[in-house]
Design a binder for this molecule. Structure first.
Ligand code: HEM
Length: 408
């Protein structure tokens, strides 16, 4: 498998991920015996990541999962991946793909990104030996009420743009590429604040009105690379391992989490603050006055209770192990409910498309989700109803296709 120099990638990112000693915090030695702080023979520049993984999330997104048709074999899948890669690259650059019947609609990309992820069955079809151990449905959690219609999938296409019209056009072209080879499994649109409506650097709110995304390693942060990218030789800064074709890639978990706005309405402000461990108005931890202040989980009330409830969301979500962190990439959803009325009727179908990027879901996402499933005050109003895991390959080389290294 020839490693691609980062500079040759078509979807060149702002800066290619490296696993230099500076960017990687002391990882524990892991089962696979990898040690990313000591460059080995296989340690070299990584292929550039797919652009959408690094982008500041655009205002609108749609996550699409499809299942491969039974007649799609390895060769036909390669053909599909080439078509998708070419069309996505052209669209992201503001050019219409070949055969686009509304080519003018491609002219305003509005930070369009299109990112591809592979489910277990797709990898099995191409090279079963190259399937990472984590590419499988997550273990079941007691809080889960998963629905088939929002779970699993062979191929993920994540399309995002600041402009919903651009997004609709790009989505349509992707679906036209896909239709001869696949069936649509689910399609989940989501939104964040409109581009420009918040002062730069402001954290968005979710539909509960909470400031959501404060503590979140971001591209450019010192530890982001080690937490998110799979390294050369398939190593990861957080322990665990992945096959070489994923070097420069990552993994994506998508959880669809219903948020019950009706019962949330019944909670007063102190109750709401206590559930998260932060103030609803400012996002500050209950032990501080500014959003980005460190919470003090030891601080006590005059009565001797901790100020931040040990079962609050932030107390439970945080680990003492710095390798046990994720990059959250979330969108809100809010769908119509029809034919509903009357005092007390539920007039919302709302929640979070909770996306999580990490080098290894089993060592990063799962322990956090397990703690939250065991105890988290927020569970009173939230229910996971969908779940899927995908491998996100690096960007294609020039003239290549996303996933090419899986074929190598
Ligand atoms: C923090 C909301 C689900 C992991 C937070 C915060 C809010 C929030 C308001 C505090 C501000 C911030 O740092 O962003 C929610 C809601 C959820 C949800 C409404 C479901 C609908 C999840 C899930 C996970 C998760 C499923 C992971 C499995 C985290 C983490 C933090 C956090 C790691 C930062 C904790 C820290 O301070 O170290 N969430 N969350 N959340 N949440 Fe969630």
């Amino acid at each position: 498998t020839a490693m691609l120099a980062a500079g040759t990638a078509v979807q060149a990112a702002a800066s290619p991920a490296t696993f230099g000693t500076e960017t990687v915090p002391q990882p524990d030695a892991n089962a696979a015996g990898s040690d990313v702080t000591e460059p080995t023979a296989s340690t070299g520049p990584l292929p550039a990541p797919q652009r959408g993984v690094l982008a500041e999330p655009p205002a609108h997104a749609v996550f699409i999962a499809v299942d491969l048709a039974p007649e799609v074999d390895r060769a036909r899948l390669e053909k599909l991946l080439r078509i998708l890669t070419n069309d996505a690259n052209r669209l992201m650059a503001g050019y219409a793909p070949v055969g686009d019947q509304e080519p003018q609609m491609a002219e305003v990309p509005a930070r369009l990104t299109i990112t591809f992820g592979f489910g277990p069955k797709l990898v099995d079809l191409v090279n079963p030996d190259a399937k990472p151990d984590w590419l499988a449905p997550l273990p079941a959690f007691a809080i889960d009420r998963l629905e088939e219609q929002w779970s699993g999938g062979d191929l993920l296409v994540y399309v995002a743009s600041d402009d919903p019209l651009t997004l609709a056009h790009a989505q349509r072209l992707m679906l036209k590429d896909l239709r001869a080879y696949t069936t649509i499994r689910w399609q989940q649109p989501g939104f964040r604040n409109a581009r420009g409506s918040l002062k730069p650097g402001t954290t968005q709110r979710n539909l509960f009105g909470q400031i959501d995304g404060t503590v979140n390693p971001r591209p450019g942060d010192e530890d982001f690379d080690a937490l998110v990218w799979i390294g050369s030789g398939g190593t990861s800064g957080t322990g665990g391992s992945a096959p070489q074709w994923l070097a420069g890639g990552t993994s994506f978990v998508l959880r669809r989490i219903e948020m019950n706005l009706e019962t949330w309405d019944e909670v007063d402000e102190p109750g709401r603050d206590a559930a998260v461990g932060r103030r609803l108005d400012s996002g500050a931890p209950l032990t501080g006055s500014h959003e980005f202040e460190e919470p003090d989980f030891e601080a006590l009330t005059p009565q001797g209770f901790t100020v931040i409830n040990p079962v609050s969301h932030i107390a439970r979500a945080r680990s003492e192990d710095p390798a046990e962190r994720i990059h959250r990439l979330t969108y809100n959803y809010d769908h119509p409910v029809m034919g509903v009325g009357g005092i007390g009727a539920s007039v919302s179908n709302s929640g979070l498309l909770f996306g999580s990027l990490q080098a290894n879901p089993l060592t990063q996402f799962v322990p956090i989700q397990q703690r939250l499933a065991d105890a988290d005050l927020l569970n009173e109003w939230t229910v996971p109803i969908g779940s899927a895991v995908f491998a996100i390959p690096p960007a294609a080389s020039r003239g290549g296709f996303v996933g090419e290294n899986l074929y190598a």
